[in-house]
Design a protein. Sequence first.
Length: 481
Amino acid sequence: MPFHISLDGQTDLAARIYRQLREGILDGRLRTGERLPPTRELARELDVSRNTVAVAYERLTAEGFLESHVGRGTFVSADPVARAGRAAPSGAGVRPIARWRSLPAPLGEDRPAPEFDFRVGVPDPALFPLRTWRRLVSQALRPSLLPPSGYADPAGLEALRVAIARHIGVSRSVRAAGEDVLVTQGAQQALDLIGRVLIEPGTRVAVEDPGYPPAERLFTVLGAQVVKVPVDAEGLDVTALVQGTRLIYTTPSHQFPLGTPMSLARRTALLAWAERNGAVIVEDDYDSEFRFSDRPLEPLQSLDRDGRVIYVGSFSKTLLPLLRLGFLVAPASLRPALRQAKQLTDWHGDLVTQTALASFVDEGLLARHVRKATREYAVRRDRILTFLRDVLEVVPSSAGLHLCALADPHATVTVDSVVAEAARAGVAVESLSAYGGTREGLVIGYGLVGSDRIEEGLARLGDCFSAAGMSGKGRSGHFSS
């Protein structure tokens, strides 16, 4: 790989070459064992004499940074070199606006995986039909399917939008045609696009409490005045909405993180409130395709007669998060602005993945995958339910990839202490307190621990309850808030 060397100025050219090569070795841009260009070749590139380059190479060799092998060339020394690591300019005087400085650091996936991972919202990659997906991606890369200009509609591939509209119409009763759908890079981008076209500095936005932190943070950094609205056994408390609210974010099919569905009466009340107050409702239906009992209630979008609901969905839970595929269904009045926002953000996303997903849906493979995955998740879910009922008050839920259970409000031991004890034992679970609200509880997912290991993981978690001094089921009665 060519290494850039600057020779601004005309004095001591050999010293300039030496210093820049030395810095490249010390800060790791030139790695141990990497071959440098021959002196004649580098001299020609820099328009200097070969002797000038040779002097720099000889000095670096004498100091142990380079080693030369006759007939093979000159290489960065394999001997240990104290890499001082030239620090990049700190930019101490360059700061983001205050809203961005207050956010927690993004979570990376380079941390060691826990032995038993019960974190929420992550599907099992082992269930993903990788061989079938490889075939569809290969087909999508045929020259005849690639757009002539290399660019496409910001709303996404038409075949995929039509396939999504048909799929959610059948599986979730969403009323939509292909033209109503906009394909996004996951549900989070859908929320970002919605915020860009509806939020101005000071716009009042309501979110659920407890709720989904990334949505709250996103609306905050977009300049919104975010108001948390409590959730009870029927869903978001409509009577607690503040006058002047212009955007309401809710997860009515499987409330995150509690898991309760919003009652029909509450859905009707929310739609009526939005119509009276000129508000827009963002309905995030993130994982309700995995259903284990009961017939699903109608989504807000299908009950909406005033064009006030934006329906958001994702394939991160049904397939894989790494595919970065989601969508939104918006009223006609918002679609032009949303398309503009999508184009200004990333133009149109990954067309190869979109083409593969369109075929995956059209061939009935998505529906088949959901059925298969649901059967597997049901086994894991039942085992977790049996475990939780012995120690906590389980919040009723019939869908999704996680369960929530509440602690006795009079308990002397906190759930956070159990979570910490579990982490030390190699078991990852989450505390409800991480998502807000007033009750203590545990949020536990079943996407990443297979049926063959789940009993062992739950046994170890049970030991953590005992070690933390918490045992016995909460006796506070049915979940109410």
